[in-house]
Design a protein around this ligand. Structure first.
Ligand code: ADP
Ligand code: ZN
Length: 757
């Protein structure tokens, strides 16, 4: 037997190694190994076993890392698909399926010393006082962690060692699990009686779960895995307004999977992975007959915690994995259900190689493993809704709020009316100002939203026109008053704030700041409502990871009156006493050079508005806008997703944008603009040769990217559109392999990009 190994090196290739007899029993597909490579020792993963190799003289595997193979053959197959579809090297794809904390040899279990009473014959010998004290504590408890024992007995380890020498106790190392939620008091919850829309949705999901369980006996499974899966309707799209009770449907569907002996993966966007969300899942499954551990995977955990949470899943002790994007690779087995909440969220797309979209990986994994997939959202992506129309997904709808709460009234404020000649535009319209005052008087809470941090978005000299720009990127620097600096939101570069215009020929002392950010809104708020307790929540304000949690808790218990923030506060939060939501500048996202700008604006407005009126008092939303009649704003006002969808689809159809087609974005990057441009032209010619005669292909570019320069690199782009993306990916992979570019120019391919900047 020989093992085919993918090394943790960017080689786009597998290598054969012989398996020494003493390891023969332990090496299987998915085993992590250390192998010799040239003069080095490299880590890798066994991706296949074979009878013989084309190579003679194989080197042997040196050792095995870990006791169980970490990557199951199923996840391995998924990684292979990612490599192919997203046009990246297999080792890059493979790397993404194991968390860093698990991949590295050094992060292991935490061990602690435990003292245990031994049985002995005859009577207890007479002991010195200290030893006697320790013994009396232990005799009762039989076993105690050493540290705890020493604290109880107020003594040192040497006393315990003496007892060990006498053969009365044994001290040994035991694995102690890190539990990130150990200090949480979580009260169990019971399933709620469903309303009829929820009940219908749940019944549909369960019916499909049952059918797929029947169809796939163990043999059928093996057979299916061996061939490429056929797309089938197993996937559901659960479209329910905010507060319609989607989560309750997820919870009961998961309970069903558990009852059938299967596990579940729940994906939520990183930003809504709040303690509140996690708690809802833990509370439901932490007790009762189906009791199981819920493992949480996300970037805010320590390395050790991540290691332990992951292994709880691998060992089958936790059968529910909840986490952000990469939790889609959690080794839940057998897998019955995958939930992708807020499926429209862009954070599901990874912005570096492998540039996968977790929602699409979820659908593929569901097909491969016979698991049912439920995508949920109040504002589904155009892609997913379109797939329902085509019969690829099944649409389930929850049109009303579950608790009979009314949807908030949305009022659009035309900010053009606030413009006065010679005066700057106010941040707050009279209407919003009055509404805030009123809610504060009634002791209700207010959320204000502006998706831009800092004080002003640019600094400009009115005399010579100088604009403070980033030396590394083609953007202007934002002014941050709290930190007293100018900073770049792309690369993080910062400068001191000048007191006069930096243009040597000008030196004008009157510099003007333009465009507002959260810091400036905060300042104005404090002037307008000096007695209100106002807290700003954006990435500048949150320095430590506990801050986020602390602010949310303070808000919940009423220690804060006005919460002001960026998209951090847009999602998933549920505060019954919030009766007013104000959106300071709704057009902000509309002015981006991206065909999804309208869709994003619609989603954001709907999501933010959904934070209002989740309690007993009806909610109200103020949307301040300079283009109040824009369809995104008008449809959001009426909570009319279908209306928005239909008009937006018309636009996409006209221009052949997704979901009508699929996009591949090619980006060339380098420090020398001429070389980048030249290379881009060269790639374009090669593409034309390679793809000559491709029927539905549209190629645009090369052209400078909207963000022409970022972190000192010039960027040129080409956009390819086709309906046959799997085939196109294959050709692009060929191109990547055969092309030689100047050394300092790189080409990257992004399939189904969400960020076009
Ligand atoms: P969504 O996930 O769609 O935003 P949630 O699941 O957060 O909605 O539900 C909103 C509120 O309605 C929650 O407080 C939840 O407990 C409650 N709820 C959900 N389903 C029901 C039900 N069938 N009966 C009563 N209340 C419900
Ligand atoms: Zn910069």
């Amino acid at each position: 037997m020989i093992a085919r190994v993918t090394l943790e090196l960017a080689l786009r290739k597998e290598f054969d190694y012989s398996i020494p007899p003493e390891l023969a029993q332990q090496v299987e597909v998915g085993t992590r190994v250390q192998v010799p490579f040239g003069a080095r020792r490299i880590l890798g993963c066994v991706t296949a076993l074979a009878e013989e190799s084309a190579q003679t003289k194989l080197k042997p595997i040196l050792k095995i890392i870990g006791t169980t193979s970490l990557v199951t053959p199923k996840v391995l197959k998924l990684a292979r698909w990612i490599g192919e579809y997203y046009c990246c090297a297999p080792e890059v794809a493979l790397k993404s399926v194991l968390p860093e904390a698990v991949r590295h040899e050094r992060a292991g279990w935490r061990e602690r010393l435990v003292v245990r009473v031994l049985s002995f014959a005859g009577g207890l010998p007479k002991l010195p006082k200290r030893q006697q004290e320790v013994w009396s504590i232990l005799e009762d408890r039989k076993e105690l962690p050493l540290q705890e024992l020493l604290e109880l007995a107020k003594t040192t380890a040497s006393t315990v060692r003496r007892l060990e020498d006498r053969g009365l106790v044994a001290v040994s190392a035991q694995v102690s699990e890190r539990d990130p939620y150990a200090r949480e008091q979580i009260l169990p919850t019971q399933p709620l009686p469903l309303n009829s829309a929820q009940a219908q949705a749940l019944a549909a999901v369960i019916a499909v779960m049952e059918a797929s369980a029947e169809k796939r006996g163990p043999e059928a499974n093996a057979e299916k895995l061996a061939s490429t899966p056929r797309p089938e309707v197993r996937t559901f799209l659960l479209h329910g307004v905010t507060g319609s009770g989607k989560t309750e449907v997820y919870l009961q569907a998961i309970a069903h999977a558990l009852a059938r002996g299967k596990g579940a993966i729940v994906l939520v966007p990183e930003i809504s992975l709040t303690p509140q969300t996690v708690e809802r899942f833990k509370a439901r499954f932490s007790s009762g007959p189906l009791q199981t551990l819920v493992a949480v995977l996300h970037s805010h955990l320590s390395t050790g915690e991540r290691h332990d949470e992951w292994h709880k899943i691998r060992q089958g002790r936790a059968r529910i994995a909840i986490g952000a994007r990469s939790a889609i690779f959690a080794p839940v087995d057998p897998l019955g259900l995958i939930i992708v909440d807020e499926e429209h969220e862009h954070t599901y797309k990874q912005e570096e190689a492998p540039r996968y979209h977790a929602r699409d990986v979820a659908i593929m994994r569901g097909q491969m493993e016979g698991a049912t997939v439920v995508l949920g959202s109040a504002t589904p992506s155009l892609e997913s809704f379109y797939n329902c129309g085509k019969g690829k997904y099944r649409l389930l709808e929850l049109p009303e709020r579950a608790d009979d709460k009314k949807m908030p009234v949305v009022r659009i404020v035309d900010m053009r009316q606030t413009v006065r000649v010679g005066k700057s535009i106010p941040i707050f319209s009279p209407q919003l100002k009055e509404a805030i005052g009123l809610r504060l008087e009634r002791k209700e809470q207010v959320i204000l939203f502006l998706n831009r941090r800092g004080y002003s978005s640019s600094l400009q000299c009115p005399r010579c026109g100088y604009i403070a720009g980033c030396p590394n990127c083609s953007v202007s620097l934002s002014y941050h008053r709290h930190e007293q600096q100018l900073s770049c939101h792309i690369c993080g570069h910062h400068d001191k704030v000048p007191t006069v215009c930096p243009n040597q020929a000008c030196r004008n002392p009157e510099i003007r700041y333009a465009g507002l950010g959260t810091q400036r809104v905060e300042e104005t708020l404090c002037k307008l409502f000096p007695h209100a307790r106002t807290v700003r929540m954006d990435s500048d304000a949150l320095k430590r990871k506990e801050d986020y949690r602390r602010i949310l808790t303070d808000f919940r218990v009423g220690k804060i009156d006005i919460l002001l923030g960026t998209q951090m506060i847009a999602k998933g939060l549920h505060f019954p006493n919030v009766t007013l939501v104000g959106i300071i500048y709704a057009d902000l996202a509309l002015h981006q050079p991206d065909f999804r700008a309208s869709e994003r604006t619609f989603q954001l407005l709907t999501q933010v508005a959904g934070r209002a009126g989740r309690g007993d008092v009806e909610g109200e939303v103020f949307v301040q806008a300079f283009t109040p009649f824009h369809p995104s704003i008008q449809f959001a006002r009426r909570h009319d997703f279908i209306g928005f969808y239909e008009q937006e689809l018309g636009f996409r159809q006209q221009l052949k944008y997704p979901p009508i087609s699929r996009v591949a974005l090619l980006t060339l990057k380098g420090r020398n603009e001429e070389k980048v441009k030249f290379s881009a032209d060269h790639i374009r010619r090669e593409l034309d040769k390679l793809l000559a005669g491709w029927e539905d292909l549209i190629v645009a570019g090369p052209a400078p990217a909207p963000l022409t320069r970022a972190e000192t690199y010039y960027r040129y782009q080409m956009m390819l559109r086709t309906q046959r993306m799997t085939a196109l990916s294959r050709r692009l992979a060929e191109l990547m392999q055969t092309q030689t570019l100047p050394e300092d120019v790189t080409l990257s391919v992004d399939i189904d990009p969400v960020d076009l900047s």
